[in-house]
Design a protein around this ligand. Structure first.
Ligand code: HEM
Ligand SMILES: [Cu+2]
Length: 572
């Protein structure tokens, strides 16, 4: 097999135009591929599909809430049932099928081996298995959830349906008593969890085994450090969720008394188990996002990242501390005051490594020559929104203020700032940043920036007012509300339409790029991590010869060349 080399000019054009996308053809060659890049694309299709589904339901939820009383369905009883199924679907799909896997499974899979100068991940077959676990678990899960929505909206019963109306947290005692299809939904989530565990395992093994010559641990790009921390959490926390979900199934099907007080169980125990996974899961979402921001901020400020080892170590610190704070979700559940005080204190400690990162990004930008390209706009948006999300997290971590805003829209606003404002923005930053590498095509920069702006404005319009509504006492998970909250909900719903329009612009830009985008140079942004030293898109085996790595943020080695609209290496 001939492999295109890293843009060596002596290579004949035919060999240079061969890449991982066109090496072999046909659907079959994609479905059985072991190439990490193709697996990344398979995930991209599936996960963006899940995001679309979750997004449609977000807009429907907001439309239901545009006025008090039933809006989409006139009969109140059915409308409320419909709402419960919709917000469960939205929250569960966004959490388990979009935000947890998005960055590691799509961008991590594509970029990690190339950043390591390797041909593939350590275990390519395991990687494909992870994808199929995601796909099968996801189909199962979505089937159950969607059938519930369809049933409550139109009264049509689908085979094996029954839906889920517990919210994405599956809290007991409701989940042990509701008639909706908890068992199949939980099994879907269980399978999705294994996909996550195996990906984490694969990444850690890859980083231990495949680093090239010259890449010591402290020369590893920060995106990889972030994935390292993420993978550790995936391996340690996800099995806890898996076991918890199995216990729930055991209780529902066999009547074993674990959570149900009628059987001698304890419903609050479920919350402990659940949050012991789900709080660390928040860092599965945010750590890879932070990794992307470190790459983007440095490259688009044309400055060496400030405080490299602090950023790397703070990823590990966040991963470890994240395991000690789960009780902050249970301040009002009747936990002992001593436990509450300890969890509150520990929660504050997590803000230290997070703040270290924010300060380091700002210090990197300070005095840099900042280029406001699309990925950088999303990165700056990330820093702003993450700061708001993080600071409002302190309100929730303090006992007195948490009791005031517990289970109100303040919480909804807070977690959307963290999950959506931060992780989604970083995901979009990364998608635009690596897009030319992945598909070998440039996207339209003007449209990219405009879309980023629209998403940012729409986002703040949607969620900023929810802090106020929540502080005034608007409870979350309610399909109906008192008239005094109408104005907040209307602003929020209009904001969601603006944001949806922005996201549609992003999608149009990507599709247009695939069809008409100009060919991407090897290194359009001037980065010094290894993925910029192979062709766009890369050949199947990534590099012709094993590259040697040096400081990933030595950006002075690249000079802009207007004739190729990209960067070329300057001779040293
Ligand atoms: C277009 C953007 C979005 C809008 C308009 C939106 C809107 C909403 C609404 C109205 C709720 C119900 C709140 C309640 O009744 O308590 C909700 C809940 C939720 N959303 Fe979103 N959302 C959006 C994007 C996202 C994203 C990107 C994620 C995750 C990454 C996400 C995760 C969640 C979760 C976990 C819940 C909680 C569900 C529950 O309480 O069980 N949302 N969202
Ligand atoms: Cu938490």
């Amino acid at each position: 097999m001939t492999i295109a080399t890293t843009a060596s000019p002596e290579l004949e054009p035919a060999a240079r135009s061969r890449n991982y996308l066109n090496q072999t053809r046909g659907l079959r060659s994609w479905l059985i591929t072991l190439d990490h890049k193709r697996i990344g694309i398979l995930y991209m299709v599936a996960i963006l599909g899940a995001f679309f589904l979750g997004g449609v339901f977000a807009v429907l939820l907001r439309t239901e809430l545009i006025s008090p009383g039933p809006t989409l369905i006139k009969d109140p009883v059915r409308a409320w049932d419909f709402y419960n199924h919709m917000f469960t679907l939205h929250g569960a799909v966004m959490t388990f099928m979009f935000i947890i896997p998005a960055i590691p499974a799509i961008l991590g899979n594509f970029v990690l081996p190339i950043m390591l100068g390797a041909k593939d991940v350590a275990f390519p077959r395991l990687n494909l298995l992870s994808f199929y676990l995601y796909a099968f678990g996801g189909v199962f899960f979505v089937w159950v959830l969607l059938s519930g929505v369809i049933e409550s909206a139109f009264g049509i019963k689908l085979y094996g349906g029954g839906g889920l109306d517990t919210g994405w947290t599956f809290y007991t005692p409701y989940s042990t008593s509701t008639s909706s299809a908890v068992v199949p939904a939980v099994l879907g989530a269980f399978i999705l969890g294994f996909s996550s565990i195996l990906t984490g395992l694969n990444f850690i093994a890859s980083m231990h085994m495949l680093r090239p010559k010259g890449m010591t641990w402290f020369r590893m790009p920060l995106f990889l450090w972030a994935l390292y921390g993420t993978s550790a959490i995936q391996i340690l926390a996800t099995p806890v969720l898996a076991i918890t979900l199995l216990l729930l199934v055991a209780e529902r099907t066999l009547g074993v008394g674990i959570f149900d007080p009628a059987l001698g169980g304890d419903p609050v125990l479920f919350q402990h188990f659940f949050w012991f996974y789900s709080h660390p899961a928040v860092y599965i979402m945010i750590l890879p996002a932070m990794g992307i921001i470190s790459e983007v901020v440095s490259v688009f400020s044309r400055k060496h990242i400030f405080g490299y080892s602090f950023i790397a170590m703070s990823s590990i610190a966040i991963a470890l501390l994240g395991f000690l704070v789960w009780g902050h979700h249970m301040f009002t559940s009747g936990q002992s005051p001593v436990a509450n005080a300890i969890f509150s204190l520990l929660t504050f400690t997590v803000s230290i490594p997070s703040a270290i990162k924010v300060f380091n990004w700002l210090a990197t930008m300070h005095g840099g020559s900042i280029q406001l390209k699309t990925p950088m706009l999303y990165a700056i948006g990330f820093i702003m929104l993450f700061s708001i999300g993080g600071l409002t997290g302190l309100f929730l971590g303090s006992l007195a203020t948490d009791i005031h805003v517990h289970d109100t829209y303040f919480v909804v606003a807070h977690f959307h700032y963290v999950m959506m404002g931060s992780t989604l923005f970083a995901f979009l930053a990364g998608m635009h940043y690596w897009w030319p590498k992945i598909f070998g095509k440039m996207y339209n920069e003007y449209l990219g920036r405009l879309a980023a702006l629209v998403v940012f404005v729409g986002f703040n319009l949607t969620f900023m007012v929810q802090f106020i509504a929540g502080a005034h006492g608007m409870p979350r998970r309610y399909a109906n509300y008192l008239d005094e909250f109408t104005i907040y909900h209307q602003i929020s719903t209009i904001g969601s339409y603006v944001m949806a329009a922005g996201l549609v612009m992003v999608a149009i830009n990507w599709l247009d790029s695939l069809v008409r985008g100009r060919p991407a140079p090897e290194n359009p942004w001037g980065g010094n991590t290894l993925e910029w030293q192979t062709t766009s898109p890369p050949p199947t085996e990534n590099f012709a010869r094993t590259p040697t790595a040096d400081d990933p943020y030595a950006l002075h080695k690249w000079r802009y060349d207007a004739s190729i609209e990209g960067y070329v290496k300057v001779a040293e």
